[in-house]
Ligand binder design. Structure first.
Ligand SMILES: [Cu+2]
Length: 138
């Protein structure tokens, strides 16, 4: 009887664990910027090997944006790139543990990827390893 109870508890535990939907789902963290008293939309993005968090930043068109982007201290250099000339955004900055202030004013709605363009010789790019996100302009 005691053994049966232990087995039952064990099975219930496993069922609970495998039922978690977030195990395989993509890791998405969204931040919606609001316009602050200085008239700008501020968002803070932190990066590392190999991610950006949040990886989905939502802003409004035609209002200046200031991103404060940093990476954790690491020997691996990282960058922050947004190439969206159609929306008036051209960013290509190297990052450090001190937050870098990146300013632009998006002029067109859309979804624009941001990513680290670094790559270690023959290996996958940091972007392929997950160091990317999306700037959503509404
Ligand atoms: Cu990188």
């Amino acid at each position: 009887m005691r053994t049966t109870l232990v087995l039952l508890a064990c099975c219930l535990g496993l069922a609970g664990g495998s039922g978690r939907a977030d195990v395989t789902a993509p890791d998405e963290a969204t931040y919606r910027a609001t316009v602050s008293s200085d008239g700008m939309q501020h968002a803070k993005i932190e990066g590392g090997s190999y991610f950006f968090r949040p990886n989905r930043v939502i802003v409004k068109a035609n209002i200046p944006v200031e991103l404060a982007v940093s990476v954790g201290s690491s020997l691996i250099p990282h960058t922050f790139v947004i190439q969206a000339p159609e929306a008036g955004i051209a960013v290509d900055e190297s990052l450090s543990s001190t937050a870098k202030s990146i300013r632009f004013t998006p002029t067109a709605a859309g979804s624009y990827p941001f990513y680290c363009r670094n790559r270690l010789l023959f290996f996958e790019s940091h972007r392929d390893k997950g160091m990317e996100g999306v700037l959503v302009v509404e």
